[in-house]
Design a protein around this ligand. Structure first.
Ligand code: FES
Ligand code: FES
Length: 150
């Protein structure tokens, strides 16, 4: 049995301790906003926040997430500056990578209120978008930074 705190709610899940957090979030907690892409830490589609920092949930054995504060895309309020900027700049195309992009961007802005282009590129580099929405992602991050990030 594993105890998790996800989006400020406590869960007890009957899973093996080495199962990746991503599987538990999607299959057991039914929080399907977080996406499976590569399962190897290479695409960023599974990005969640662990104690406020962006992490690849496909690489975290669920036992290591115990006692930590996990936030998924469902736990980011609709009025969060990053979500609002994403809508304003019409970022998504197919949308598949976007929860991971938003989680990464929110984590970046919580650490750097006004990141430079280079800083944005360096952090967002590991979040792959097959639709090539990168220019709009950058615009949205800048718009969110103007609004005060969070
Ligand atoms: S599914 Fe986790 S990085 Fe690709
Ligand atoms: S919007 Fe389609 S993969 Fe990024």
């Amino acid at each position: 049995m594993v105890k998790l705190m996800v989006n400020e709610k406590e869960y007890k899940v009957d899973v093996k301790p080495d199962v990746p957090l991503l599987w538990v979030i999607r299959d057991h907690l039914k929080l399907t906003g977080t996406k499976f892409g590569c399962g190897e830490g290479l695409c960023g589609s599974c990005t969640v926040h662990v104690d406020g920092k962006a992490q690849r949930s496909c690489l975290i054995p669920v036992k290591d997430a115990q006692g930590k504060k996990i936030t998924t895309i469902e736990g980011i309020p609709e009025d969060h500056p990053v979500k609002r900027a994403w809508i304003k700049e019409q970022v998504p195309q197919c949308g598949y990578c976007q929860p991971g992009q938003i989680m990464e961007a929110a984590s970046l802005l919580s650490e750097k209120k006004d990141p430079t282009d280079e800083e944005i590129t360096a952090v967002m580099n590991g979040n792959v978008c097959r639709c090539g929405t990168y220019p709009r992602i950058k615009l949205a991050i800048k718009a969110a930074a103007k609004e005060g990030g969070r």
